[in-house]
Design a protein around this ligand. Structure first.
Ligand SMILES: Nc1ncnc2c1ncn2[C@@H]1O[C@H](COP(=O)(O)OP(=O)(O)OP(=O)(O)O)[C@@H](O)[C@H]1O
Length: 309
């Protein structure tokens, strides 16, 4: 039985439809990631599930529990990362954890949480003196203080430098080792690809696709991005692009100056033909590379939008 099931959620604000129709279910122990462009409805979806907003329509079930009948039970089962503005700046790290612990009938010892979020050495530091990454780790710690089975992290790494982001990935992986379920939203594709068991892509308030990162990428594996850089300038690239577009396996192309990008389902065959052409014309190709598809390509393919990372 899924730990969370969301069925046909809908939410509008005045004339703006934030969530049009979102359904998914989450299994115990998985990292389930929702990604999507700005304004896709990710935060609104999460807030409805967390009980912070009421849906206009649809159902939210935590196993057999629902907000209308079992709100007290749900509150002790889930952990929600507070916005970083909700932390108490003048209190120390440990005092914040102790304070949040009082909101719950049962809590995990602060020392254990401090270890998990690698803030034991900063336990007596005032929160206002923490770095951005440390604040975010504390926010995740606060989401864990009631020892929840299901944890919601809304863009926990936004704005952090790569090392601080990696520290947060480590916490998410530790939570997984403990058998916890994490529902994550992120702006970073690489993060979704690395951490998630399954990824749900939303756009304009609807689920566009949902699967494991590997399966999503697999759907596009037939397509490869080929890059060519021409030594003989833009005119050579323009002509080569025209020839590439005539090849039946070439899906689309892009050119900037003398550099050419093309997406093809038959890279070898396409290159063979292009090299035939460049050799005939005496054009010299300076660089060539064939790139594997990533989750970012899946996103672009399904939503038709560039990723904003
Ligand atoms: N309280 C609100 N009042 C009015 N409009 C809102 C409100 N909350 C969200 N919206 C609108 O609903 C849409 C979805 O917003 P939401 O914050 O859920 O998207 P998101 O996918 O989380 O975006 P982002 O990645 O930018 O955080 C947006 O058009 C947003 O402007």
């Amino acid at each position: 039985m899924p730990v969370l099931e969301v069925l046909h959620l809908k939410k509008s604000f005045g004339g703006v439809t934030a969530v049009e129709d979102i359904s998914f279910s989450v299994e115990a122990g998985e990292v389930f990631t929702i990604i999507g462009p700005n304004g896709a409805g990710k935060t609104t979806t999460l807030e409805m599930i967390e009980g912070l907003q009421s849906p206009d329509a649809g159902q939210i079930q935590f196993g057999s529990l629902s907000w209308s009948k079992n709100s007290e039970q749900i509150k002790v089962t889930i952990g929600v990362q507070p916005q970083s503005g909700a932390l108490f700046d003048l209190l120390t790290v440990e005092e914040n954890l102790d304070l949040f612990a009082t909101f719950y009938p049962k809590s995990r010892p602060a020392a254990e949480v401090l270890e998990m979020i690698s803030l034991t050495d900063q336990r007596n530091k005032q929160v206002k003196k923490l770095s951005g990454g440390q604040r975010q780790r504390l926010a995740i710690g606060l989401a864990m203080i009631n020892d929840p089975t299901l944890i919601f992290l809304d863009e926990p790494t936004t704005g952090l430098d790569p090392q601080a982001r990696r520290n947060i990935w480590d916490i998410i992986l530790k939570l997984k080792e403990l058998g916890k379920t994490t529902i994550l939203t992120t702006h970073y594709m690489e993060e979704a690809e690395k951490l998630s068991d399954r990824v749900c892509i939303v756009d304009q308030g609807k689920v566009v696709t949902l699967d494991t990162p590997a399966a999503l990428i697999d759907r596009l594996t037939k397509e490869r991005e080929v890059r060519l850089s021409m030594l003989d300038g833009e005119a050579a690239a323009i002509e080569t692009e025209k020839v590439a577009l005539l090849h039946p396996a070439v899906v689309r192309t892009n050119r900037e100056g003398s550099s050419l990008q093309l997406w093809t389902t038959q890279p070898e065959d396409t290159l063979y033909e292009l090299f035939g052409f460049t050799k005939d014309r005496g054009f010299r190709v300076e660089q060539i590379s064939i790139r594997e598809m990533s989750l970012e390509d899946v996103f672009i393919a399904f939503t038709g939008k560039e990723w904003r990372d």
